[in-house]
Design a protein around this ligand. Structure first.
Ligand code: PMP
Length: 438
């Protein structure tokens, strides 16, 4: 047998290997986001432009991470670069309100159907944290329902029921008292949710990813969304759409525009901030207004929903957010990205079929999920070693993609799709040679 994928990977990426060894001495596991865990070591990137990026060894990749889905217009889009460069010289933090945050919020209220008011945070995790706080304050009921498999960031309050086995929290170190306020329900099962809601009187909020679990890896049934909206309205529960991924991607108004279903509150991150760190909560005026100071000092101290955050809606992020939203508002870029998404899914399925591999590419709009072991199934456990081999093989052939999905941008072109299909063909052959795939 020739060299294994891991052996070839070590030889081809000496610069990444060296950086990772250095990092491991001072950064736990050598990584700063759990999704970068890769055996034998992760990729170190030096620069990026459009749909491509280059690693520290000078190797070129077609990128499908796209800033974890934030870079809808690709890396270093000229308009974004120009806007951010202009702003950086005007100051990056005024310790004061500024026009840019109002304009940014204005764009969100114009585009997102549920957005009557907006408040900014720095990450999607913070946005869901704030939205849940607002919902609990409004209802006075502590229990939150989340769906198994759905991801809402890494904060304690939602770090459960994410990966199977669902009864084990996402992380060690989370107090049972916090976990006790989250009730899990299976997705796409309205009867189960109805039973849960009827069984107790302390549930006030339901949150979900409107695409289905983990950006649509386990797709949602649109009929379920409709029933969910009806049920939560009927029972006076607050429905939060976590549109950190789907916001501005499924449509300029997000999944709520795409499916025609309006939640009470929405969380946004990634595209909303144009590739800089930033996020938002938006929703009904009466819910968001709980944060506003008023004339009643006692209510301000005891009944108001509080939020701080040094970098919330900083001028640099607000500039990037405005530059992004103003460019994608008319939906033209969506047409391009969605067409490329469909072409990519179809090209990869062709490759998988010809290779006789069980893999499948699927997804909506500009998202390309990969099921290495076949079609998705709710809560299906994935073979971790296969995932690592797949990613390394793809990197060796010039494509960097998360283990289960790729984000197609509006600047991925025909050439990128063709080259990706060829890279995937070679990666599948490598995996089959190692008997990692049948
Ligand atoms: N919600 C969803 C649906 C997400 O996909 C993510 C991140 N991928 C988050 C929340 C957390 O966002 P952030 O990484 O900005 O904290």
């Amino acid at each position: 047998m020739g060299e294994t994928i891991a052996e070839r990977y070590r030889k081809a990426l000496p610069g990444s290997w060296a950086q990772w060894e250095r990092a491991c001495r001072i950064i736990p596991g050598g990584i700063t986001h759990d999704s970068r865990h890769l055996v034998p070591f992760p990729l170190y990137v030096a620069r990026a432009s459009g749909p491509r990026k280059w690693d520290v060894d000078g190797r070129e990749y077609i990128d499908y991470w796209m800033g974890h889905g934030a870079l809808f217009l690709g890396h270093a889009h000229p308009t974004m670069v120009e806007a951010v460069q202009r702003q950086v010289s005007q100051g990056t933090h005024y310790g004061a309100c500024h026009e840019l945050e109002v304009e940014w919020a204005d764009w969100i209220t114009r585009l997102v159907p549920s957005a009557q008011m907006v408040r900014f945070t720095m990450s999607g995790t913070e946005a869901t944290h704030l939205a849940i706080r607002l919902a609990r304050a409004a209802t006075g009921r502590p229990k939150l329902v989340k769906f198994t498999g759905h991801f809402h960031g890494w904060a304690d309050g939602v770090a459960t029921g994410v990966n199977p086995p669902f009864e084990i929290p996402m992380s060690a170190g989370i107090p049972g008292s916090v976990l006790g306020d989250v009730l899990l329900s299976p997705p796409n099962d309205i009867a189960a949710l109805e039973r849960l809601i009827k069984s107790r009187d302390d549930i006030g909020t339901v949150i979900l990813e409107p695409s289905g679990a983990q950006a649509g890896t386990d797709p949602i049934d649109p009929g379920f969304l409709k029933d969910l909206r009806q049920l939560t309205s009927d029972r006076g529960l607050i429905l939060i759409f976590d549109e950190v991924i789907t916001g501005f991607r499924y449509a300029p108004g997000g999944a709520q525009e795409y499916y025609g279903i309006t939640p009470d509150m929405t969380t946004l991150a990634k595209i909303v901030a144009g590739g800089l760190p930033g996020a938002a909560v938006c929703g009904k005026r009466e819910l968001l207004s709980q944060m506003a100071f008023g004339p009643d000092a006692q209510r301000n101290r005891q009944g108001r929903v509080a939020q701080n955050g040094t970098y919330n809606s900083n001028p640099l992020t607000a500039t990037a957010g405005i530059a992004m939203l103003s460019q994608i508002a008319d939906g033209q870029h969506h047409k391009t990205a969605n067409a490329r998404g469909a072409e990519l899914r179809s090209a990869l399925n062709d490759v998988f079929r010809k290779a006789g591999a069980p893999c499948v590419a699927y997804g909506d709009v500009s998202v390309c999920h990969i099921g290495l072991e076949g079609a998705p199934g709710a809560g299906k456990k994935r073979d971790a070693s296969l995932v690592h081999k797949w990613r390394c093989a793809l990197i060796l052939h010039g494509v960097d993609m998360s283990a289960n999905h790729g984000w197609v941008s509006a600047v991925h072109g025909d050439r990128e799709i063709e080259e990706t299909a060829e890279a995937v063909r070679k990666a599948v052959a490598d995996l089959q040679a190692e008997r990692a795939l049948p």
